[in-house]
Ligand binder design. Structure first.
Ligand code: UD1
Ligand code: CA
Length: 469
């Protein structure tokens, strides 16, 4: 059977008040139109044509060259949109699935249900419908006394009686391709919106003597994103579905309202996701980790048993049994191996950090290669920027760096060496050696008495003076 799809995505999306095409806005980290394309592929329909308008470049950027595009010059309605695909549809004798590009919740299951219904009965088309608590704004499905589909009436054209109908048109259909083409040719724009309604093809096919079937799906699955409120609603519903999927797979999630997980994220069993956590992009988390509270991981690979607390990490790899945070910032191109500790106010960028290394507080590691079991004293800075280029340093295994040290570009700290606290290290330190790079301390005996600088005795006097001020 020849099955293809036409997706309507040329609308201006005026109600979104956005400079971008409505259908490229993201739901759970994936553009709305990509959700539609994926559902079609999952339903076995890879031959897809997209009706696009002025912002077509954005849609092409999302979907790429694997699908076809037709430009709709003027937006004269959904019927007019599908008409633009006529050259693509002519001569085909199978089915065409028609979907709106703005309905991210559409599922492959629903599409397959409609395709199966087409195959089982002798239908010219199958309309996917849903029961809405509040059908305001939607097209309504008008049936006869026996429940047969008669036509679809748009909200703005509906009579008092028709407005009471709660079964809505999802704007998702399967048609016999040749019959759709014949009905499209007979559409008129004589209606409240002066548009060519795709919905009118149903009434036309019925008056031609054909039957139209329907499948009813969950109202949530039909949700169209027309404005920012509906976008938020779609994001929430999708997020809840994703969270439920992870919980079914053995992930513990404490709060579905403050946890946001993108669709591509993978999480291992017995991992706990604490409130305020956002997991984005292609993040993959192993088993028995604790992530959060208030942590954002975007495109991060995390091993097993790692704890990440109040931290932000982007496009990096964090190994197993690591302790990250609170308040760590792990930036792109970083690879942290196993049993590593990255603590408070530590930033790591484009660096490799090997097993058992610890940077517990106030440290910056940039563009550097760090070996195993290195200890970064509080306040260590790799001075990776000379004003022109970014070049880090090499710190070999077991190096001990005393607090508040600066390690300059290109320097190599040899295996098992020590760096004295407060050093600025400008040249290599040999293995097993000690590097000290600071001014030598001088002590002046009894300087306080000689200079009459004793502070303790004057403390109360000073303090009362202060309060007078
Ligand atoms: C449409 C249906 C309505 C249904 C509702 C479900 C019609 C006439 N009405 O109304 O019965 O209940 O969807 O959400 O079909 N588009 C184009 N070119 C155009 C006009 C629209 O490509 O000239 C695209 C839009 O980008 C959008 C889709 O078609 O993705 C639907 O258009 P929209 O204006 O959102 O239709 P609704 O008013 O929601
Ligand atoms: Ca819509």
């Amino acid at each position: 059977m020849d099955i293809c799809a036409v997706v309507m995505a040329a609308g201006n999306g005026t109600r979104m008040k956005s400079v971008h095409s409505k259908v490229v806005h993201q739901v759970a980290g994936k553009p709305i139109v990509q959700w539609v394309a994926d559902a079609l592929c999952e339903a076995g329909c890879s031959e897809q044509v997209y009706i696009v308008g002025d912002k077509q470049e954005e849609i092409r950027d999302v979907l790429g060259e694997g699908v076809a595009y037709v430009f709709q010059e003027q937006r004269l309605g959904t019927g007019h949109a599908v008409m633009q695909a006529a050259p693509f549809l002519e001569g085909r004798d199978g089915y065409v699935i028609v979907l709106p590009g703005d309905s991210p919740m559409v599922s492959a299951e629903t599409i397959c249900k409609a395709l199966n219904k087409m195959e089982d009965g002798d239908y010219a088309a199958v309309v996917i419908t849903a029961k809405a608590d509040d059908p305001t704004g939607y097209g309504r499905l008008v049936r006869d006394d026996e429940g047969n589909v008669l036509r679809i009436v748009e909200h703005k054209d509906a009579s008092e009686e028709e407005l009471k109908i709660c079964e809505i048109n999802s704007s998702m259909y399967v048609f016999k391709t040749s019959l759709l083409l014949s009905a499209l040719g007979r559409l008129s724009a004589q209606n409240a919106q002066k548009e060519y309604y795709l919905t009118d093809t149903i009434g036309i096919l019925i008056s031609d003597g054909y039957t139209v079937g329907s499948v009813i799906c969950d109202f949530e699955d039909t949700l169209g994103v027309n404005d920012r409120m509906q976008l938020m609603q779609a994001c929430k519903i999708m997020n809840r579905r994703i969270i439920n999927k992870h919980m079914r797979n053995g992930v513990q999630i404490l709060d579905e309202n403050s946890t946001w997980i993108h669709s591509a994220v993978e999480i291992g069993r017995d991992t706990i996701i604490l409130p305020g956590t956002t997991l984005m992009g292609n993040t993959v988390i192993g088993e028995e980790c604790i992530i959060g509270e208030n942590t954002r991981l975007d495109g991060v690979e995390v091993g097993d048993g790692t704890v990440i607390d109040y931290s932000v990490a982007t496009s990096c790899i964090i190994g197993s049994d690591c302790r990250i945070g609170p308040f760590s910032h792990i930036r792109p191109e970083t690879r942290i191996n196993d049993h590593v500790t990255i603590g408070a106010y530590v930033e790591v960028k484009n660096s490799t950090i090997d097993d058992y290394t610890r940077a517990r507080h106030l440290t910056y590691i940039g563009d550097s290669t760090v070996g195993k079991n290195v200890n970064f004293g509080c306040g260590t800075v790799t001075c990776n920027f000379d004003g022109q280029d970014k070049v880090g340093c090499v710190i070999e295994d077991n190096v001990f760096i005393g607090g508040n040290s600066n390690i300059l570009s290109s320097v190599v700290l040899g295996k098992d060496s020590y760096i004295a606290a407060g050093s600025t290290i400008t040249s290599d330190v040999p293995a097993m050696g000690l590097g000290i790079g600071r001014a030598k301390q001088i002590n002046k005996d009894d300087w306080v008495t000689k200079k009459n600088r004793l502070r303790g005795a004057n403390y109360i006097k000073l303090d009362s003076k202060r309060s007078e001020v």
